[in-house]
Design a protein around this ligand. Structure first.
Ligand code: GLN
Length: 268
C-alpha cells in the first residue's frame, strides 16, 4: 500500500510537472501523498488560495516579524495549504472579526489559537483540535494577586471577544471582578497593566509566557484557570474543506510535523 501510494505520488508529481512547467513547487507538492486529490476536491474563496484569518498579536501562535506573520499557526497554515495544493494567504484582523470573516466568506478559515466553544460552534465548524491550552493570570511582580480568588474586586484586562474575556465576565466561573477592561490584543492589555491602569491580565497560557518574557516587571501565575482546545474554524458551508483540513492535520500528526512545529515555538 505504502509503495503503491509512493508510485502514485511520483506519477502525480510527473503529471503536475508536465502540466505546470515552470511552476516552482510542483515537485514538492508531489511529495505530499494525496495532495493533488485533495486540492481537486476543495473549493476556496479564491481559486488556488487558502486564505486564513488571524490576529497576529498572539505570540507564539501568530505574531509579526517585520511584515510577515510568523508562529505556530502560520506554519500550520502553510503546511495545510501545501498539502491541499493551495497557496496560503493571511488576513490580519481583530480577533473578534475572525469568525464573522469565516461566515461571510472573506476568508476560508480562522487559525488564531482559537478555542472550540459552544457560541462559536453555532456559526462555524471546527477542525480536530491541535493544541491543549488554558487561561492564565499575569500581574505585576509586586502584586498582591496570587491566585484566581484574588481577582475578586479587581480590574482585569483581557483581549476582547476571547475565552479569557468570557471567563472573567461571567460570575458563574467563580470570579467576581470589579470591572473588565477589553483590549484589541494581549500586548496592549499588558501595557495597561504596566502603566498601573488595571490589576491583572487574563490571557492564554503560552501567550502569557511570551508577554512576560517580552516585558520587565510582569509575572505569570502558575494556576491554570481553564482547560481549552484550539482548532481551525471553517465555514459550515464548506464541509469538503473541513474534511481536507482534518486529513492534513492527521497527516501532520502522524508524521511528527505538527509536534516539530509546536516544539520549535513552545519549548524555549
Ligand atoms: N484562545 C482564546 C480564544 O479562542 C484566545 C485566542 C486569541 O486571542 N487569539 O478566545
Amino acid at each position: 500500500m505504502k509503495k503503491f501510494t509512493k508510485i502514485m505520488s511520483l506519477l502525480l508529481a510527473g503529471t503536475m510537472l508536465l502540466g505546470a512547467a515552470g511552476c516552482g513547487n510542483a515537485a514538492t507538492e508531489g511529495e505530499n501523498e494525496g495532495s493533488a486529490a485533495d486540492s481537486a476536491a476543495v473549493t476556496t474563496v479564491q481559486e488556488g488560495k487558502l486564505i486564513w484569518g488571524t490576529n497576529a498579536a498572539f505570540e507564539p501562535y501568530e505574531y509579526m516579524e517585520g511584515d510577515t506573520v510568523v508562529g505556530i499557526d502560520a506554519e500550520i497554515a502553510d503546511a495545510i495549504a501545501a498539502k491541499l495544493g493551495l497557496e496560503a494567504q493571511v488576513e490580519n484582523m481583530d480577533f473578534d472579526a475572525i469568525v464573522p470573516a469565516v461566515t461571510s466568506g472573506k476568508v476560508d478559515i480562522g487559525i488564531a489559537g482559537m478555542t472550540v466553544d459552544e457560541k462559536r460552534l453555532k456559526n462555524v465548524n471546527f477542525s480536530d483540535t491541535y493544541v491543549e491550552a488554558g487561561q492564565a493570570i499575569i500581574v505585576k511582580e509586586d502584586s498582591d494577586i496570587k491566585s484566581s480568588a484574588d481577582l475578586n474586586g479587581k480590574i482585569v484586562g483581557v483581549q476582547r471577544g476571547t475565552t479569557g474575556d468570557e471567563y472573567v465576565s461571567d460570575e458563574a466561573n467563580g470570579v467576581s471582578v470589579a470591572s473588565v477592561e477589553r483590549y484589541a490584543n494581549g500586548p496592549d492589555a499588558a501595557q495597561s497593566l504596566l502603566a498601573g491602569k488595571i490589576d491583572a491580565v487574563v490571557i492564554d497560557n503560552e501567550p502569557a509566557k511570551k508577554i512576560v518574557d517580552n516585558a520587565t516587571g510582569l509575572v505569570k501565575l502558575e494556576e491554570n484557570l481553564t482547560s481549552e482546545q484550539y482548532a481551525i474554524a471553517v465555514s459550515k458551508e464548506n464541509t469538503e474543506l473541513l474534511d481536507a483540513i482534518n486529513g492534513a492535520l492527521k497527516e501532520m500528526q502522524e508524521s511528527g510535523e505538527l509536534q516539530a512545529i509546536l516544539d520549535k515555538y513552545l519549548n524555549k
